[in-house]
Design a protein around this ligand. Structure first.
Ligand code: C2E
Ligand code: MG
Ligand code: MG
Ligand code: MG
Length: 291
């Protein structure tokens, strides 16, 4: 098959965003955006296996940039730059504060919801982070148990001992730690059993291959069993169809997230979604064993 030249793709993407060729998002622009509250946080519900049902218990906070000219930009467009420039520290504090404040809002409306926040590799090596987080939790009267931090890479970083120290401080406080995007790229088996994680999140690339063949489903089942044997819970991300939902249900997956359930949405829409979802019947489908 012919590959589209990278330059053509770049031009297409620039045109689709009404950027002039050569125009780029700049670090200054992002710094200003943080100060002027152009960043917004959307929430994607995650459903958790209860007795005989799936219920919304947490939501993942996902940052977007409401750009004055370009509209709503996904994190992939500006987080790499934030990471390189160090602005990721400000972005993360913003997202964490929004998410933890949201826990309080939901509680006032009688909703007991936790949040998951993505933590960049840089913060995972910031020894001051656990104390800063403690201050934010206290400010909004939230408990550490209502927060999960999702990290993608840890063992591959320069100083695994430092990362281990920070993770331990977070876990001792009661914060959940999730190994994100497991099964692809930088998420390794080593960190799964060496680091004090509480959850494994199977990457949506792997989940997306479940319908196309037996191998992906076999790998997913093995990850679920391995995680359970290590006393970790398992969440699958990118659940887009009913057959995939049912396959994961039967494989014993503990939590599911994806467009089949709901895409990320403004916090204000969560309440209505939860009313509808938690009010409906999601009785677990009985396991049908094929011979
Ligand atoms: P992630 O943590 O693996 O988050 C899941 C991504 O998959 C989100 O994309 C979500 O919208 C998308 N997704 C969920 N379900 C489905 C589905 O069924 N189908 C498809 N096609 N996509 C689905 P998003 O919001 O664009 O975020 C991309 C990545 O950016 C995240 O991947 C995370 O690594 C990073 N990110 C997002 N917000 C933050 C943040 O506040 N801080 C940091 N450090 N990273 C963030
Ligand atoms: Mg994540
Ligand atoms: Mg993920
Ligand atoms: Mg992912």
């Amino acid at each position: 098959t012919l590959q589209k030249p990278a330059m053509l793709e770049e031009i297409e993407s620039l045109l689709s965003r009404h950027l002039e060729p050569g125009e780029r998002l700049t670090v200054d622009e992002l710094a200003r955006a943080i100060d002027e509250h152009e960043l917004v946080v959307h929430y994607q519900p995650k459903v958790v296996r209860t007795n005989n049902d799936w219920q919304v218990r947490t939501a993942e906070a996902l940052v977007r940039w409401r750009h004055p000219r370009l509209g709503l930009l996904p994190p992939g467009e500006f987080l790499p730059m934030a990471e390189r420039s160090g602005l990721i520290v400000g972005v993360t504090d913003f997202v964490l504060t929004d998410a933890i404040r949201q826990i309080g809002h939901w509680r006032q409306r009688n909703l007991d919801l936790g949040v998951a926040v993505n933590l960049s590799p840089r913060l995972v090596q910031d020894l001051e982070f656990p104390d800063r987080l403690g201050l934010i939790l206290r400010e909004f009267d939230a408990t550490a148990e209502q927060l999960t931090l999702e990290v993608t890479e840890a063992a591959s970083l320069d100083d695994p001992d430092l990362v281990m120290d920070i993770f331990t401080r977070l876990r001792v406080r009661g914060v959940g730690l999730s190994l994100d995007d497991f099964g692809t790229g930088t998420s390794s088996l080593t960190q799964l059993y060496k680091m004090p994680f509480s959850e494994v999140k199977i990457d949506r690339l792997l989940i997306s291959e479940i319908p196309t063949g037996r191998a992906a489903a076999t790998v997913v089942r093995a990850i679920i069993d391995l995680a359970h044997n290590l006393s970790l819970t398992v969440c699958a991300e990118g659940v887009e169809t009913s057959p995939v939902f049912e396959m994961l249900e039967q494989a014993g997956c503990d939590a599911l997230q994806g467009d089949f359930i709901a895409s990320a949405m403004p916090a204000s829409e969560m309440e209505q979604f939860i009313d509808v979802w938690n009010g409906a019947d999601h009785t677990l489908v009985p396991v049908v064993r094929k011979k």
